[in-house]
Design a protein around this ligand. Structure first.
Ligand code: FHN
Length: 592
């Protein structure tokens, strides 16, 4: 009998047991609403102050590490079983080879500390269904199914506790490619699944395990809620809160039952975003979450530190991922990048931790702002030369100095602006923070400059966009993105995330450069939501610019609504113009 048939029968039996009430139901008492509310509010305050966390994707997928049967597999490493439709029984054999003898929980917690990361979220079970902790609910786990035969999460959660780092688990509550009644594996289990069987047979027991055996759980990070019903999600939330009321739940539990929101992966809102409460950007250090041996597309520390400033200035947290190897080693490049960020935070953390968002809207990518009582921190992302002009601040500035060396910075009023005298060159390769002491507790900002008052002509810089694909790169020297290559299942491109900042019909300009020899590809600019039938779009052709940056008005208009998820730019058809360099698109609100 084929293994999957027997598994399916087991799935059905489990269903019958669950249905008849014989399966081990996970009984949990409803959480006390007042206790839950108070504990959640306290935890939310703490999360907002922490700003920066470590995400860890670690599992069986680190053995293939992006290659299957000698072939490189594109895309994120932890999805290799799905992409290659690997039979569950064959993939499960990887467990017999998983032996992370070099794992050291204390070193991982120390790395998070060195990086200035205040919380840590690690995959307890990802979509492949394998539990990276000692689960009693399923034998498909690191203790029972691998030669390692130990529970690394006990060691890691304890090490985080010692370092004062808040600990949390990631858990895939609907996708499970190992289970007949999990979602996603239709190559082994073509029959219709029953989510309730899966929830009662695996999810509820396992979530109870991870909520009970690893100390204070500061947050639980669910993912891809898929087709779970509102009742199923509510039951899941109630169980978590009844076990640890102060454990925060992320929005990817589904049905708006989370305590705080996630943006899309590597997706940063274009402006300050406060309309829907607290949010977090889950982001990668290269192009994958789970380790891939050939992914050396590491982002540079300057980019990541600038993104930290950008995200925090907009009201968010940054959850930055590492993908340890199957031996339990964090790649050297990841360590180096994180320690560089940590060194920057050791000097400039005052402008990040516990700060409030920018009171200004963002006009360009020269600087960002964060605030504390009587303080305005100006994060200089791109050095403007010997003068920084700050418009719209009405508060009186009593002192200006660089946070890094406390050196005072001369400044003067220039009309409605303040002009700061800067050294010719940036103090350091990463973000330089200019600290302003102001007379009021909160800065007063002139009308027209405030965070919620966007100009009628708004630049969307390439740097603020999510770089989609493995070939597209950002060039700091020209502040442009290049490498718009197209493949069968993936097209490189740029995606901006308005998050309700825009609402209207816009003329569009594009600022780009294209050598004559590679001009001519078609491109499309689309404003829409996932699977939206008729999104607003502008089509065009990449015209020659002689390799110089020019700004051209596109034919047509783009309609962007508050519910528009992304504004995306990519080539259509051939990718001859892939080497073009795009600096920005500019939205000009139409009078009509
Ligand atoms: O499918 C997962 C993916 O593997 C990874 O875990 C990311 C992290 O945010 N979440 C889902 C895709 O958004």
């Amino acid at each position: 009998m084929k293994l999957w048939t027997s598994r399916y029968i087991v799935g059905v039996l489990a269903g019958v047991l669950a249905f008849t009430g014989c399966a081990p139901k996970v009984e949990t008492k409803a959480p006390d609403p007042q206790a839950e509310k108070a504990a959640t509010e306290k935890a939310m305050q703490r999360l907002d102050e922490m700003k920066f966390g470590m995400f860890i994707h670690w599992g069986l997928y680190t053995i293939p590490a992006g290659e299957w049967k000698g072939k490189y597999v594109r895309g994120i490493g932890e999805w290799i079983m799905f992409r290659e439709k690997i039979p569950a029984a064959e993939y499960a054999q990887l467990a017999t080879r998983f032996n992370p003898v070099k794992f050291n929980g204390g070193e991982w917690a120390q790395l998070a500390k060195d990086a200035g990361m205040r919380y840590l979220v690690i995959t307890s079970k990802h979509h492949d269904g394998f539990a990276m902790y000692g689960s009693k609910a399923s034998k498909y786990n690191i203790v029972d199914a691998t030669p390692y035969a130990k529970d690394p999460m006990k060691e890691l959660s304890a090490a985080c506790g010692k370092q004062g780092i808040d600990f949390g688990f990631y858990y895939s509550q609907d996708q499970d490619w190992h289970e007949a009644n999990g979602r996603g594996n239709n190559w082994d289990f073509p029959e219709k699944r029953d989510a309730q069987i899966y929830l009662e047979g695996k999810v509820f027991p396992q979530v109870k395990e991870i909520m009970s055996g690893y100390g204070p759980m500061r947050l639980i990070w669910f993912d891809t809620p898929g087709l779970l019903s509102e009742k199923q999600v509510t039951d899941l939330r109630s169980m978590v809160k009844s076990l640890q009321p102060g454990c925060l739940i992320n929005s990817r539990i589904g049905h708006d039952k989370g305590d705080y929101a996630q943006t899309g992966d590597n997706a940063i809102p274009i402006q300050v975003y406060l309309k829907d409460g607290k949010w977090e950007v889950p982001a990668t250090l290269n192009d994958t979450w789970g380790y891939k041996k050939n992914d050396n597309n590491w982002k540079n520390p300057r980019d990541l530190i600038s993104k930290l400033s950008d995200i925090v200035s907009k009201g968010g947290n940054y959850l930055l991922n590492i993908g340890p190897t199957s031996e339990g080693v964090v790649p050297e490049q990841s360590q180096e990048i994180l320690r560089t960020i940590g060194k920057w935070l050791a000097v400039n953390g005052e402008a990040i931790y516990g700060t409030g968002p920018s009171p200004f809207h963002m006009r360009d990518i020269t600087w960002r702002a964060t605030v504390k009582p009587n303080k305005l921190y100006v994060h200089i992302l791109n050095w403007p030369g010997k003068k920084l002009r700050l418009e719209g601040l009405e508060s009186q500035v009593t002192k200006a100095y660089f946070l890094a060396n406390k050196a005072e910075v001369p400044f003067k009023k220039a009309g409605a602006a303040l002009e700061f005298e800067l050294p010719e060159k940036a103090l350091e390769p990463n973000v330089t923070v200019l600290a302003l002491e102001i007379a009021e507790a909160q800065p007063k900002v002139a009308d027209g400059y405030r965070a919620d008052q966007l100009p009628a002509k708004l630049d969307l810089h390439a740097w603020v966009a999510r770089m989609r694909g493995e070939e597209i790169k950002y060039e700091w020297t020209t502040q442009s993105a290049t490498g718009f290559k197209s493949f069968e299942r993936e097209t490189n491109g740029l995606s901006w995330y308005p998050y309700k900042a825009l609402d209207g019909v816009y003329d569009v300009e594009i600022t780009y450069a294209c050598d004559d020899a590679v001009a001519g590809s078609k491109f499309r600019l689309v404003a829409g939501r996932r699977r939206e039938p008729n999104p607003s779009a502008i089509d065009g052709v990449v015209e020659k610019t002689g390799g110089k940056f020019v700004t051209r008005k596109l034919a047509g208009k783009l309609t962007v609504k508050p519910e528009t998820e992304t504004i995306s730019l990519q080539l259509e058809g051939d990718d001859k113009s892939a080497p073009m360099k795009v600096q920005k698109i500019t939205l000009v609100k139409s009078a009509s």
